[in-house]
Design a protein around this ligand. Structure first.
Ligand SMILES: Nc1nc2c(ncn2[C@@H]2O[C@H](COP(=O)(O)OP(=O)(O)OP(=O)(O)O)[C@@H](O)[C@H]2O)c(=O)[nH]1
Ligand SMILES: [Mg+2]
Length: 143
C-alpha cells in the first residue's frame, strides 16, 4: 500500500510488456537508480513506487512488472496481479512500448485493458535512440 503521506500526490503508473524500459523510465522520474534495470524480460516482479517530480509537479510514480496477456504461468500471473493493483491505485497511466519491436498483439491487448479503466492514458514510445527510430515512433504498424 502507498503510505498516507503519498496520497496527497497524484499517482502515475508505468505499464507495458516485459523489457520495454519501464524501470528505466521509473528511475528517470524518481531521479535515482532504485528499480533494477536489466536486459532480461520479467525482472521487475512487484510494484515499486517512489516520489517523483517533473517540471515542478510532484507525484508518485509506480513501476510495474512486464504485463503479459493471455495464459501465463504462476509467476507471470502474480506479476500481472501486482500490475492490476498498480492500475487500480493510479490516477493516470503511462503505456510504454518499444519502437524496436513495434506494436505487438500483446500491446493491443494491454491497451484494450487500460482503456477499460477510463483513466487518462499516455502512450510513450521508448528506445528511440536514432532519428530513424524517432520517426518510426509515429508508425501504427502492427508487427
Ligand atoms: N537502446 C535503449 N535501451 C533502453 C532504453 N530504455 C531502456 N533500455 C534497455 O532495455 C532493457 C530493459 O529495460 P528495463 O527498464 O529493465 O525494462 P522493463 O520494462 O522494466 O523490463 P521488465 O521489468 O522485465 O518488464 C535494459 O537493457 C535497458 O537498458 C532506451 O531508451 N534505449
Ligand atoms: Mg522493470
Amino acid at each position: 500500500m502507498l503510505k498516507p503521506i503519498h496520497r496527497r500526490h497524484p499517482v502515475l503508473a508505468i505499464v507495458g510488456r516485459p523489457n520495454v524500459g519501464k524501470s528505466t523510465l521509473f528511475n528517470r522520474f524518481a531521479g535515482k537508480r532504485k528499480a533494477i534495470v536489466f536486459n532480461t524480460p520479467g525482472l521487475t516482479r512487484d510494484r515499486n513506487f517512489d516520489r517523483a517530480e517533473w517540471r515542478g509537479r510532484e507525484f508518485v510514480i509506480i513501476d510495474t512488472g512486464g504485463y503479459e496477456p493471455g495464459p501465463v504461468d504462476d509467476l507471470r500471473a502474480a506479476i500481472r496481479e501486482q500490475t492490476t493493483l498498480a492500475i487500480e491505485q493510479a490516477d493516470s497511466i503511462i503505456f510504454l512500448v518499444d519502437v524496436r519491436e513495434g506494436l505487438t498483439a500483446a500491446d493491443h491487448e494491454i491497451v484494450d485493458m487500460l482503456r477499460r479503466t477510463q483513466k487518462p492514458l499516455f502512450l510513450a514510445v521508448n528506445k528511440c535512440d536514432t532519428a530513424r527510430e524517432h520517426h518510426e515512433a509515429y508508425s501504427s504498424k502492427k508487427q
